[in-house]
Write a protein that binds this ligand. Structure first.
Ligand SMILES: O=C[C@H](O)[C@H](O)COP(=O)(O)O
Ligand SMILES: C=C(OP(=O)(O)O)C(=O)O
Length: 356
């Protein structure tokens, strides 16, 4: 990699390297984008998808936003089979639901565990992140080509530049909503972003996050060539709250949603709420998600217009499996998911209920 023109050339003395880490170069975001470019047609499609998602979140389009798909993508073949099925379902419900596929390639861990396709694409701990970035961007482009908008969690701010041109929507997870670094990153993203409540169920950190992200910031980062850079951002007003439950239980019921609406109103934040039907809202039982979705739909039908979206964890087959031995096709290797047939039934039923 060439040094920027104004930087002195510094050579690294091996003996001064910290003993507990080593470094390997990765391609820059610009290089990966050059190798796997977004075509002009897909670029325009992503812009349209973002506009459509914004319209739903702002309430200008009365449909429900549905972010649905695997907890994590670990196998491109099953991910693309899932995408093909979702793309076939999307037009059948598009009068009521705007479907966006979860394409999660980075996973936050409570302690340790597999951290996603970007970090360990061979699933064996070899941690080939250059390959992980390539496979992840390739897969996202293929999902986009199926006609679906894509959603992901932006976990590592340095990695955002490898994918953010492909996304229709992004999440900041429960473990990072409180991080200033993530709020600064969101402030510079030209796409709608949901901030999740904290793992303890607290809404305050997500509200603070939205208020911080709508402001301009100057912060540390890398530029497209991978060089350290001072980044200046202009602020992102397209953010919203995601209720995902917490240690003391779910927060999708009427009382919890009313409390969330009041909190937003008191802080002068737009009342745009998405309910994550999984995680602590499902008690980590993926098969409970249809009941959570049904409750959200009932609340909408009863007149709660602040409920603009839902999130669902779904794969080709129910449940999850440990990352050891031979893996079953189409089954999550992180959180448990609802299988495809139950997902399809649940979404058709939700659309039908909203229609009537
Ligand atoms: O959605 C996924 C998980 O809930 C999150 O990544 C934390 O996983 P862990 O508690 O198994 O580490
Ligand atoms: C990790 C996730 O969620 P949360 O941040 O709510 O735990 C997720 O949606 O994959």
């Amino acid at each position: 990699m060439n040094a920027p023109l104004n930087a002195p050339v510094i050579t690294c003395n091996a003996s001064s390297a910290p003993a507990r880490r080593s470094a390997l170069p990765l391609p820059s975001p610009a290089l990966l984008r050059q190798r796997l470019p977004l075509s002009a047609t897909l670029d325009e499609r992503v812009r349209d998808q973002r506009e459509a998602i914004r319209a739903v979140l702002n309430g200008d389009d009365s449909r429900l936003l549905v972010v649905v798909g695997p907890c994590s993508l670990h196998d491109p073949v099953s991910a693309l089979e899932y995408a093909a099925r979702l793309a076939e379902l999307a037009p059948q419900v598009s009068d009521q639901l705007l479907l966006v596929m979860r394409a999660y390639v980075e996973k936050p861990r409570t302690t340790v565990g597999w951290k996603g396709l970007v970090y360990d694409p061979r699933l064996d701990g070899s941690g080939d992140m250059a390959e992980g970035l390539h496979i992840s961007r390739r897969l996202m482009l293929d999902i986009l080509a199926c006609g679906l908008p894509i959603a992901t969690e932006l976990l590592q701010p340095l990695a955002a530049g490898y994918f953010d041109d492909l996304l229709g929507w992004a999440a900041i997870g429960a473990r990072t909503s409180e991080s200033q670094i993530h709020r600064e990153m969101v402030s510079g993203l030209d796409l709608p972003v949901g901030f999740k409540n904290g793992t303890d169920g607290s809404l305050g950190i997500a509200c603070d996050a939205m208020r911080s992200a709508e402001h301009p910031h100057q912060h540390f980062g890398i530029d497209e060539l991978g060089h350290p850079a001072l980044l200046s951002t202009s602020g992102n007003a397209d953010t919203h709250l995601v209720l995902r439950g917490g240690h003391s239980g779910p927060n999708y019921d009427e009382d919890s949603v009313a409390k969330a609406r009041d909190t937003l109103q008191r802080q002068g934040i737009a009342q745009r709420i998405m309910v994550d039907c999984s995680h602590a809202n499902s008690g980590k039982n993926p098969l409970s998600q249809p009941a959570v979705l049904a409750s959200v739909v009932d609340q909408r039908v009863a007149g709660d217009s602040s409920l603009r979206g839902v999130m669902l964890e779904s794969h080709l087959f129910d449940g999850c499996q440990p990352l050891s031995g031979e893996l079953k096709y189409g089954v999550s290797i992180t959180d448990g998911c609802l299988g495809w047939s139950a997902t399809e039934r649940m979404l058709l039923r939700a659309a039908d209920r909203l229609r009537r």
